[in-house]
Design a protein. Structure first.
Length: 367
C-alpha cells in the first residue's frame, strides 16, 4: 500500500469512528440527556432512570415536543417517556424540557418496536400516545406503517390492565387501517361509544396537527384502552450472552484479510447481518469491520475487530465503539466471519472460542 492510499485509509477509519461515536453521544449539543436502547439495561430499570416509581406513559414519535412537554406539565405524577428517531427533534424537545424545568421526562432515540420489546417488561406501561404516525403514503411503502395487528399485540403485552391508548391521524387511508386493526384486535376496547372521535377537546395541537387543520384535513382521534385478555403471542426480551471472541491461526496477515474483504449479507429467519466495509489502523494494524445486525426489532451498528497477538495468533471480537451489546446476532456475525475466513483459508485453525452451540451456526444465506 502506498503512503497516499494508507493516509486515505487511516482517514476513513477516523471518519467512521467519529460517525459511529457521534450517534451514541447522549444529548449532543444540549445539556439535556437522551438515551439509546443500547445504553439501558434490558429490560430497562425505569425507577432508576426517572429517579422514582410512577406510572410510565409513552409518546411514540414526539416530533417538535410540543405535545410531550404539555403532557409532562399536565401529569406531573407520571413518568413521561418520549420516543423519537430524529436527532434534531431530540435536541429541540430536550431544550424545551430543560427550559421548563420538567423533571418527569426522559427521551429515547429509538423506534417503538425495539423500545417495547427490548426495554419494557409485561404490564409496565400505563398509557401511550401516538400522534400522527408516518402514513407512508406510497402504495409499496404501506407495510412500513407502525400500527398493525402485530404492533398492537406487542403493545398490549407491555401494558397494564386498563392502560390507555390514544392515536391521532389525518390520513384517510391510514385511518381505515387503524380502524380495522383496532376493531379486530382482542386486546383493546374503545373508551367511548365509537371507534374514533372527530374532536378532542382540551388537547394541545401538535405542530403537524395545526398544519393539517389549516389545510382543511379532518383528524380522527382514537381513544382506546387495554382490556384483560391475555396476549397469545410471545415477545421475549433479547438475552445478552458472553462477550464473543475467537482466537485462531491462519497463513495470512491482517493486511491481506483487509484487501480480500468484500461487503456481503447473511440472513436467516430471525437475523440479518450486513458486513459493510473494512478499515485498518496504522497505529496497531487492527482491522475494523463495520457491521449492521438486525434481530427482529433490534438493530445494532457495531465494529467487529480483528487484531494480532505477539504469539502470531489472531483474535476476532467486538470493538469498543458506541454501546455494543453481545446478543445472539453478534455471536452469529462473528461465526459468519469465521466461515468466510475458512473458505478463504482452509488451513485455518481455531485455538479458542466462546461461540457456543447455536451461536456458532452461521445464517445459511449469502448474497
Amino acid at each position: 500500500m502506498c503512503m497516499d492510499d494508507a493516509t486515505a485509509r487511516q482517514a476513513d477509519i477516523r471518519v467512521v469512528v467519529r460517525r459511529v461515536a457521534r450517534h451514541h453521544i447522549m444529548g449532543e449539543m444540549s445539556s439535556f440527556v437522551w438515551y439509546k436502547v443500547e445504553q439501558l439495561s434490558w429490560p430497562a430499570d425505569w425507577i432508576s432512570l426517572f429517579g422514582r416509581d410512577a406510572p410510565l406513559v409513552l409518546e411514540i414519535g414526539f416530533g417538535s415536543g410540543l405535545f410531550l412537554v404539555d403532557l409532562a406539565r399536565r401529569f406531573p405524577d407520571a413518568n413521561i417517556l418520549g420516543l423519537e428517531i430524529s436527532i434534531p427533534s431530540l435536541r429541540n424537545a430536550g431544550r424545551k424540557v430543560e427550559r421548563m424545568g420538567l423533571a418527569n421526562v426522559s427521551l429515547l432515540q429509538a423506534d417503538a418496536w425495539s423500545t417495547l420489546q427490548v426495554l419494557c417488561e409485561p404490564a409496565t406501561i400505563a398509557g401511550a400516545y401516538i400522534n400522527y404516525p408516518d402514513p407512508w403514503p406510497k402504495k409499496d411503502h404501506s407495510n412500513r406503517r407502525l400500527i398493525d395487528g402485530a404492533f398492537l399485540s406487542l403493545l398490549a403485552s407491555r401494558m397494564q390492565p386498563e392502560a390507555f391508548l390514544d392515536i391521532a391521524t389525518d390520513h384517510d387511508d391510514y385511518a381505515e387501517q387503524i380502524t380495522a386493526c383496532l376493531e379486530r384486535t382482542p386486546y383493546f376496547q374503545s373508551r367511548t361509544n365509537q371507534t374514533f372521535e372527530r374532536e378532542d377537546e382540551g388537547r394541545v395541537r401538535t405542530k403537524y396537527e395545526q398544519v393539517a387543520l389549516a389545510e382543511g384535513r379532518s383528524p380522527r382521534y382514537y381513544k382506546w384502552q387495554r382490556n384483560a385478555v391475555p396476549v397469545a403471542e410471545s415477545f421475549s426480551i433479547p438475552k445478552e450472552l458472553s462477550m464473543p471472541h475467537v482466537v485462531f491461526r491462519l497463513p495470512a496477515t491482517i493486511d491481506r484479510i483487509g484487501r480480500q474483504f468484500r461487503p456481503w449479507v447473511v440472513a436467516d429467519e430471525s437475523t440479518r447481518i450486513r458486513f459493510i466495509e473494512a478499515y485498518q489502523s496504522f497505529h496497531d494494524g487492527k482491522l475494523l469491520i463495520e457491521t449492521y445486525i438486525h434481530e427482529g426489532p433490534l438493530m445494532q451498528r457495531i465494529g467487529l475487530e480483528i487484531r494480532s497477538r505477539a504469539s502470531g495468533e489472531l483474535v476476532i471480537s467486538m470493538a469498543e465503539v458506541g454501546f455494543p451489546r453481545p446478543t445472539q446476532g453478534v455471536h452469529r456475525a462473528i461465526a459468519a466471519l469465521m466461515d468466510w475466513l475458512r473458505e478463504e483459508y482452509p488451513s485455518l485453525v481455531i485455538v479458542q472460542t466462546n461461540l457456543q452451540g447455536e451461536h456458532a451456526d452461521t445464517p445459511n444465506k449469502r448474497n
